[in-house]
Design a protein around this ligand. Structure first.
Ligand SMILES: [Zn+2]
Length: 427
């Protein structure tokens, strides 16, 4: 359905106004960022011993990864997996607490004088509890729902703690380990954790593939729009207010939106439509969903308002009612320009340098879709780093490369020591 030119003009002006002035000049390409990692740190005897222990115990690490994957843990049903993690953390001598939403937290105390660094791995999966999660080995490939997202990170986290202990590594700052719940439902566990815990100095989310370091936050808005009316039998329907016609007009109109160039970009999708009960009547309730995403909070909100305006206009045109359900509202962290300060925090370059040192892809990007988002949007220096190589997450065909969790685990160990600071060896 065509949109009157007048309306289109108003839309573009509104978006342009909402975006405001262009932020400061882009960073110089050769800008050197501060780092806390040096190869000499990895060569210190305790650190070298810890890395060697990770290598020599890797067969058992993979066994545990499989064991964790085979504990069903659909979001809101993470209790069995949480109990396993709690027991293993206690075996490592840590004091463990499970909070009221279900997150598992343990603190490995530092000797003092360093920052508190949180490492978080989400415990939940998207797979229903009756899914067959038996892991099948196919050469170097492990196959099972949840093997990649995020069981690998949970196993990596436990391996790091044991390696630090075996090699008697002490850090200056505290290392806080968190197994979060309900990540897949909109980062709810981490949101709850940050709301109820003293603000940490840094946070690292362990999630995703081994493709570098994310230091931003992709904002994600999920909204369901309803159109409602009196309804009527088909025989008496001519000319009557029609929710389905409003829905059709609204969806067509939303797809005429133009995303402004630059400003971090945005994408959106109508993923579900539904409503009505019978062939032979005007439906009384129809609905559709919108998944809207941008790293730019201003653009995200302006597009959200614009979509709503088009829904309201379609409802008015068709003389029907409308309403909206806010299903999920994950805030955006900002564009690359807006996050220039976050990029300069040593957490980012330290992680990049460790990736490079280990031969892993070493790029840093100003986006992210993990538990770290919640910290980024609160202004806490935060990144997400990968757990393994794999694919098809959130499907029954999920897989992971069984050898790839080793470099990921070394990377997390080096991050912990670099960020919290290595304490001198106790003689
Ligand atoms: Zn995940």
């Amino acid at each position: 359905m065509p949109i009157p030119r007048r309306v289109r003009g108003v839309v573009l002006v509104c978006i342009a106004l909402a975006l405001g002035a262009t932020p400061g000049a882009p960073l110089a390409a050769q800008e050197r960022y501060p780092t806390l990692f040096t190869p000499a740190l990895a060569a210190k005897p305790q650190v070298r011993d810890a890395l060697r222990w990770l290598e020599s115990s890797y067969p058992e690490h993979v066994q545990e990864w499989i064991r964790i994957t085979e504990i069903p843990a659909k979001s809101e049903h993470e209790q069995a997996r949480a109990a396993y993690v709690k027991a293993e953390l206690e075996k490592a001598g840590l004091e463990v607490r499970i909070d009221s939403i279900g997150n598992v937290t343990a603190v490995r105390k530092g000797v003092g004088g360093g920052p508190t660094v949180v490492f978080a791995a989400h415990l939940d999966t998207v797979h229903p509890l009756d899914t067959d999660v038996t892991v099948k080995r196919d050469g170097k490939v492990l196959r099972a729902p949840g093997i990649f997202d995020n069981s690998a990170s949970v196993a990596n986290l436990l391996a790091v703690i044991r390696a630090l202990d075996r090699a008697h590594v002490r850090t200056k700052g505290d290392l806080v380990f968190v197994g979060t719940v309900q990540e897949e439902l909109g980062l709810r566990g981490m949101d709850w954790w940050l709301e109820h815990t003293p603000r940490p100095d840094m946070l690292v989310a362990m999630d995703g593939g081994l493709d570098g370091v994310d230091y931003g936050a992709l904002g994600i808005y999920w909204t369901r729009y309803h159109f409602t009316g009196e309804g009527s039998h088909t025989l008496t329907s001519a000319g009557k207010p029609h929710p389905a016609r409003a829905l059709a007009e609204a969806i067509a109109s939303i797809y005429e939106l133009r995303i402004p160039e630059g400003h971090g970009g945005a994408v959106y999708n109508v993923g579900m439509v539904g409503g009505g009960k019978v062939f032979n009547a005007i439906p009384q309730d129809v609905w559709f969903t919108v998944d809207l995403r941008s790293v730019n909070p201003v653009l995200l909100d302006s597009l959200d308002r614009e979509i709503e305006a088009r829904v309201a206009k379609a409802a008015a045109d068709q003389h029907v009612g409308w309403s909206k359900e806010l299903v999920q509202r994950n805030k955006a962290g900002g564009t690359e320009e807006q996050l220039a300060g976050a990029r300069r925090h040593p957490i980012v370059q330290t992680a990049v340098d460790i990736h490079r040192f280990l031969g892993l892809p070493a790029r840093a990007v100003a986006t992210g879709s993990t538990d770290a988002n919640v910290a980024v949007t609160r202004g806490i220096p935060a990144i997400s780093v990968g757990r393994a190589n794999g694919g098809n997450q959130h499907t029954l065909q999920e897989w992971a490369d069984s050898e790839s969790a080793l470099p990921a685990t070394k990377m997390v160990l080096l991050l912990g020591v670099s960020l919290a600071g290595l304490a001198e060896a106790v003689p």
